[in-house]
Ligand binder design. Sequence first.
Ligand SMILES: [Zn+2]
Ligand SMILES: [Zn+2]
Length: 615
Amino acid sequence: MMRKNMFHSKNKSQAPKPVGAAEDRLEALINKATNTTTAAIAEPQKMPVPLATSRYTASRQNLRVIPMGGVEEVGENMTAIEYGDDIIIIDMGLAFPDDTMPGIDYIIPDTKWLEDNKKRIRGVIITHGHLDHIGAVPYILPKLGDPPVYTMALTAGFIKKRLEEFGLLGRSKINVLTKDDVLPLGNFKVRFFRLNHSIPDSMGLCITTPVGQIVYATDWKFDHTPVDGKPTEFDKIAKFGAEGVLLLMSDSTNAIKPGYCASEREIGITIERTFSEIKGRIVFANFSTSISRIQQVFNAAAKYNRKVIVTGRSMVNNIEIALSLGYIKIQPKIIIKSEMAKKYPDSQIVILTTGSQGEEGAGLARIARGDHKTIKIKKGDTAIISASPIPGNERAVAVVMSNLTRLGAHVIYNKTLDIHTSGHAHQEELKLMIALVKPKFFMPIHGEHHMIVTHAELAQTMGIPPERIFSLDNGQILEITSAGEAKITEDAKIASGYVFIDGLGVGDVGEVVIRDRQVMAQDGMFVIIMTLDRRSGKLVNQPDIISRGFIYMKGNDDLIREVKHEVRKLVESKGKEKLEPNWAYLRNVIRDEIGEYLYQKTERRPMVLPVVIEV
Ligand SMILES: [Zn+2]
Ligand SMILES: [Zn+2]
């Protein structure tokens, strides 16, 4: 199936909740935080020590590493690691659908194998708070018997919010870790190291197993001047490398990009310069999870004496979570409600919003369509889109930009100014990671197949022989023996497909339904209603034809007449081939033959639906 890279994209499910109440809460929180000068820091939960189980079984003396998702797309990241009687899970993400999946809201990994083995799951470790790593948590955790979750404070805040929205808060225990914790989970021991990414609290893992160590580094870059002042812990990575690493699993998102990824701080300099030059109002759109970017917007606003209006549900929620946990510092009284904007000159206003991917329901698109409750674009406004469109979203972003310019705004985006940098390492950083870790085996993860392959080639240039590099598909198994031999087990794949989420249904829409929707979207549908005599199998009257999205019936009388004639001929001839009338067989024949007939006449393939009414 065609998969595309659709993280943070058009998201039409989950009706937006009214934002007013959240705005009030945020304001109250800021006032509280700024009055006491330090934001309230949540009490970290005490980390329980899970029971160690070391009941080995003969067949389970090998280490098995299974990417459940995320190696054929940017999205639905999830990995299972198994040894002996123990399984640990890393991340539970979702992916957004592409144009080949009409009507689907999300895709999550197929977890059937884990459901069958849920008693052996010792814990779920979440690396960071992006939706392609936490989005499927509310869908999957309950299916696995609510195992305990281990993660850093900010990520825990985002996960709790998501579980709360699904009414699941309080079922799985969400344990808050700190970066120097050592987490024993059955046969495994997990240590952590800090990485840079476009969200704070991203962490890499060093997993000690009875067979050797795994370094797991998804979603990272090396930023020597990160905005939160917390650089990558190179010392730890080098130490793990010196201890000996059996397998490195590393981020392939930007494996095709040469050089180094720009530091987030450089974007801050551009933001400040832009704010100093713009005279009118500024509408600033970016990912609501990019807490460092948001911090830089507040810093620039404070420096140039602008008030900030925050709009968009996820922007308000995430700032609220980051503020309550002390991950963002907001200047006193800088946030105002949108109704207050009139009291200030345009040169003193910034509107911070979601929708940098052109998402229909997000703040920026609503502003651009003129449907925002309180914010109306006018001449002199400048809109800054501080993100690059994820492949597949370019068109939606272009529509939003055109709408903004029609309303008189000036639009600044990544192509006109360096207003965004990625959170994923470029080639030189990827090489440095390999050099520090010095793994025996290498598995590129987090990317579409071509990115994974490019990353594998990069690892070869670093001297890792091709037979030690494993590029897997979702659900394939890499097995490593205690003798240190690794192979992809060809005979076993624990999951193959995707689970589609459409509205409230999880997994009740399969590939057949998707294919039907594709056919209907492309060439419409063609319904043939036949009223047949139960005993003789003969047509009682003329077949009826209904078509939608295929041809305009009125102008095509001839074609419809010919089809009816063909149907009559088929019923007469095929009806006789069987002793008893067999409607299923007849429907199949009609579907195939009429489908072919329509294709010959029109070169289109509508979905043909033969309906039999027995009398
Ligand atoms: Zn990711
Ligand atoms: Zn990420």
